[in-house]
Design a protein around this ligand. Structure first.
Ligand code: OAD
Length: 248
């Protein structure tokens, strides 16, 4: 007998469009630190306004670049965990699947997720801070940050900082998917940062079954139809297997 509610399993099996929002918690079991967890979160050790804001980059580009270079190395050495792979599996079972992530670590793509929206960018990409164009490969010159080969402005990571808008196409695609879905999973996010946190609310208003997967309570918990408490790396594979048992 499955430990999951039968109505939840039925909703998943019958889903026409499954929309998933992920946050840092989905990568926690890969060893990538979250932001707001009290002891291990990055914002317990660093001030976001010193590192993840355009003003911080203008004031001290070297410090910001080096912090992101450290995180980039951390993400590059991390490996996708069973939660990432369970989402790849889910994508195979439903007619329509959209995965919107706030994570910049590239682990969903590396696991094999296909229908992926990166709401906050990708730490492995580099752009010119003036022209906003992608610069590939990242120049290995002595300047920190390296300079744009075209205009000489400092380069920056292609991530969204506090006070910056989300990439327009990504935001529109995610909004449309949240409004269209019939099941929405909100996984490993504190539901504290907008506009991403609005996506499950939009799904709720559209009448979707909203499911939260998180060891801790969040502002979404009370409104979600199901709040599954525990690590995503354990719950997601079990949920996928219960909804779509492997053929014997
Ligand atoms: P947070 O650090 O705010 O929240 C992480 C959530 O993951 C928390 O609710 C944890 O309880 C939960 N969590 C921890 N371990 C977990 C596990 N093993 N399985 C499932 N959940 C787990 O991270 P985000 O919500 O992603 O933005 O933060 C949103 C944005 O704020 C980030 O994209 C980043 C940050 O500042 C920018 O840098 C612009």
């Amino acid at each position: 007998m499955s430990k999951f509610d039968q109505q939840l399993l039925k909703a998943l099996r019958n889903a026409r469009h499954l929309f998933v929002l992920t946050g840092a918690g989905v990568s926690a079991e890969s060893g990538v630190p979250t932001f707001r967890d009290a002891m291990s979160g990055l914002w317990a050790r660093f001030r976001p306004e010193d590192l993840a804001a355009p003003e911080a980059f203008a004031a001290n580009p070297k410090r910001v670049w080096e912090w992101y270079a450290w995180r980039r190395r951390l993400c590059a050495s991390a490996k996708p965990n069973p939660a990432h792979y369970a989402l790849v599996e889910m994508e195979r079972h439903v007619p329509r699947f959209t995965l919107a992530t706030q994570n910049v670590d590239d682990l969903h793509r590396r696991a094999g997720s296909r229908s992926l929206i990166e709401l906050h960018g990708n730490i492995h990409r580099t752009i010119c801070s003036r022209e906003r164009k992608r610069v590939e490969p990242r120049p290995q010159d002595r300047d920190v940050p390296p300079r744009c080969p075209n205009c000489g402005a400092p380069l920056r990571p292609d991530v969204v900082w506090f006070g910056e808008p989300l990439p327009e196409a990504a935001q529109q695609e995610a909004l449309a998917a949240a409004a269209d879905c019939d099941v929405c999973l909100s996984i490993g996010t504190s539901s504290a940062v907008y506009p991403a946190a609005a996506l499950p609310e939009i799904a709720l208003e559209a009448g979707a079954t909203v499911v939260e997967i998180n060891p801790a309570e969040t502002p979404l918990s009370r409104r979600a139809r199901y709040a599954l408490r525990g690590p995503a790396g354990e719950i997601l594979p079990a949920l996928t297997q219960a909804a779509w048992p492997p053929a014997c």
